[in-house]
Design a binder for this molecule. Structure first.
Ligand SMILES: [Zn+2]
Length: 457
């Protein structure tokens, strides 16, 4: 017999909102040292709440902002689920663009407006209240560990050492993260993969100084022209990257994935117009969603050289450069790809151009098997709450902590996002729909209940 769905009474909703508002009123801006006291206050707020729910809860100091850690391990033989979130927020600037003050949560048309409303206080707190909802009906059906950090918006610098140091204590069967946006308002979403990254800088040197373009032009090497020639050769006319070995080992999309994504509500025309572009130019043979989620990229992110001021200056510059990012997919190792690019680019240099390639930074792609039981549990929980099938998507971006969690704790990461892009995380007037907050609470409770059905040996 299946248990009844969870519900929230009006009184529970009001209580949930008030608690979240109290958390949102704390201006925990991790980037600004002036808010150090607020960081501690926000951490203590969460610790006290979790302790009140019967968790062993503490605030662990790091060399940066503290990490709230809480565990309740009263379900022997059941899975252990680690829920990650962050209590720090982006700076509020530009303040004048906020309709209501960023740290005074205000509800307009069913949405909570406040910095951190969706990213990530609202989404993280939904899990805290999901646990509370389960506790109100008895006991947590799985073992739960909360890890709420305070440095996500400034690069999570101290999280990885913390994970390594406490890997044994943090051991778990799955990691749940809600810190992003679902595919569309009426599409509950489980994200089961993210792209990785390889980032390089290319420097081209021509002559030993800037030259007069009349006295030397036509004979002297021009590093900007050379750089353009190099870049132009990095992709073919089908939009494929030409670096030898670039595609080796890539996990191919399955037909199931392609069919599944083809059914998502997406229109190329709307996508193009949403970014104000007149058309889309991606890799041939793949749909836009496939290009975004399952195919690697190579994009120039910045380019410089020569005279860029007012008017004209007739000069052949001595130097030029570019920054290039490559988004990677499962099967591509960032170090290997970086090395392939570093080896290949100098071979494209025309005579007289000296090319140096510098490795910047990278990140591993992540993909969780679609038939992983924890991924399936997330789909089932969403179906119960939203009354429709969940979409299984991947993300085009990279979340470095996801790869770190996976590597250090050796457990699948399940991304269940309650937010939407229109929540405007990081922007002025960030918001979170009350309905999404409440659905998040229910989803969290259902998710843990679904995960309790999974056999752990
Ligand atoms: Zn976030």
């Amino acid at each position: 017999m299946t248990q009844a769905r969870f519900q929230l009474t009006d009184a529970q909703k009001t209580q949930a909102n008030e608690e979240l508002f109290a958390l949102l009123r704390i201006p925990s801006v991790s980037a600004d040292p002036q808010h150090a006291g607020d960081m501690s206050r926000a951490a203590e707020f969460l610790r006290a709440k979790l302790a009140g729910l019967g968790f062993d809860a503490r605030v662990d100091s790091t060399e940066g902002h503290p990490i709230v850690y809480a565990e309740r391990l009263k379900a022997p033989g059941k899975p252990t689920v680690l829920i990650y979130g962050h209590y720090d927020v982006q700076p509020e600037a530009p303040l004048e663009e906020w309709v209501s003050p960023p740290f005074e949560p205000t509800v307009r048309e069913g949405r909570i407006y406040a910095r951190g409303a969706t990213d990530d206080k609202g989404q993280a707190y939904a899990h805290v209240l999901g646990a509370e909802l389960l506790l109100e009906s008895g006991e947590l059906p799985v073992n739960v560990k909360f890890l709420l950090e305070g440095e996500e918006e400034v690069g999570s610098q101290h999280l990885e050492p913390y994970l390594r140091q406490k890997a044994q204590a943090l051991k778990c069967d799955a990691i749940v993260i809600s810190d992003g946006s679902r595919f569309a308002p009426d599409v509950p979403t489980v994200t089961y993969g993210l792209r990785g990254l390889s980032y390089i800088e290319v420097h081209v040197q021509g002559a030993n100084r800037d030259l007069h373009s009349g006295s030397y032009g036509g004979a002297a090497p021009n590093p900007i022209n050379a750089l353009c020639e190099i870049i132009a050769q990095l992709k073919d006319d089908k939009g494929r990257v030409t670096i030898p070995g670039f595609y080796d080992g890539i996990e191919a999309l399955t037909q199931d994935e392609r069919d599944m994504w083809a059914q998502l509500p997406h229109s190329d025309a709307e996508f193009a117009s949403s970014i104000g572009a007149t058309g889309l130019k991606g890799e041939e043979g793949y749909t836009t969603l496939e290009q975004l989620w399952a195919r690697p990229t190579l994009d120039v992110n910045g380019i410089w050289g020569g005279y860029q001021g007012e008017g004209s200056k007739t000069v052949i510059p001595a130097k030029a450069g570019a920054k290039i990012s490559m988004r990677l997919v499962p099967g591509q190792d960032p170090e290997r790809i970086t090395k392939l690019a570093m080896d290949h680019l100098p071979t494209l240099a025309p005579v007289g151009a000296q090319v140096t390639v510098v490795a910047m930074h990278g990140g591993q792609p992540v993909k969780i098997d679609l038939d992983n039981p924890y991924v399936r549990a997330a789909g089932a929980a969403l179906k119960t709450v939203y009354g429709k099938e969940a979409a299984f998507t991947r993300g085009g971006g990279s979340i470095p902590i996801v790869a770190a969690f996976r590597e250090i704790l050796q457990a699948p990461v399940v991304l269940v996002d309650f937010g939407l892009n229109e929540d405007a995380p990081h922007s002025p007037n960030e918001s979170f729909a009350l309905a999404d907050f409440h659905s998040g609470i229910l989803t969290s409770a259902e998710l843990l209940r679904e995960m309790a059905q999974i056999d752990v040996q």
